[in-house]
Write a protein that binds this ligand. Structure first.
Ligand SMILES: *Cc1c(COP(=O)(O)O)cnc(C)c1O
Length: 216
């Protein structure tokens, strides 16, 4: 399945994040042996043991809701945090990154779905954060782009509209805050059920779990 997915990504520069949450180290090693290096997890405890147990050239991405008090456990090694949705969390990431003398990159997560259960900011909240004195002076964090999850529905038009909303948010922030910052370039959208639509709408990173590893 890895090959089939990569083939669909190959006409674009979209990156594959293999979402290995709940799966054993052995399942990750199988994909690693086929060349996959980027893996996503949503639980801090799982991230830390897998980081310890698996090859050190894996890029670990944190993709789920992240509590501030747990940032310290992943700060030494995390490559990208996809799910930042508060100033409080940003402050903690900056603090922990500084302790480890690192710059940690993250994405701002936006609420684009109709379900209330999916976390995320709206555009004005993000603008407020990016205008804050804290953000302007923070030295150990870098915003690499945006992330969002579409509604879980068969309605493709709705999913497409939600991805377009995220793309528009990305463009607005790029124009308003990151025009000369090449680092702000990622649009993390698309999962097993909707990644092809997401690519059509400009995704730069798809987060695929069940299609690669089987149902959870
Ligand atoms: C679990 C998860 C995914 C992967 O979902 P699949 O439908 O299994 O591909 C992607 N993004 C986030 C934030 C997730 O929690």
């Amino acid at each position: 399945m890895l090959k089939e997915i990569l083939k669909k990504l190959s006409p674009t520069t979209t990156k594959l994040v293999a979402v290995s949450k709940t799966k054993p180290a052995k399942a990750i090693e199988e994909l690693y042996d086929q060349g996959q290096r980027v893996f996503g997890e949503n639980k801090v405890q799982e991230l830390t043991w897998k980081y310890e147990a698996l090859p050190k050239d894996i890029e670990w991405h944190a993709i789920g809701h992240l509590q501030s008090n747990k940032v310290k456990y992943i700060a030494p090694f995390i490559t990208l945090i996809h799910s930042v949705e508060s100033l409080k969390l940003m402050k903690e990431i900056n603090k922990q990154a500084k302790k480890h003398d690192r710059i940690i990159e993250f994405l701002l997560q936006f609420h684009i779905a109709e379900e209330d259960t999916k976390f995320g900011l709206d555009l004005s909240e993000a603008q407020q954060i990016l205008n804050s004195d804290f953000y302007k002076n923070a030295k150990n964090i870098k915003v690499a782009g945006v992330m969002g999850m579409a509604t879980f529905t068969e309605n493709k038009n709705q999913v497409r509209n939600e991805f377009q909303t995220l793309k528009n948010i990305f463009e607005a922030l790029k124009k308003g805050f990151f025009e000369s910052d090449d680092n702000f370039k990622e649009i993390s959208m698309g999962m097993s059920g909707d990644f092809e639509l997401a690519i059509e709408e400009g995704s730069t990173m798809v987060r695929i779990g069940s299609l690669l590893f089987g149902a959870r």
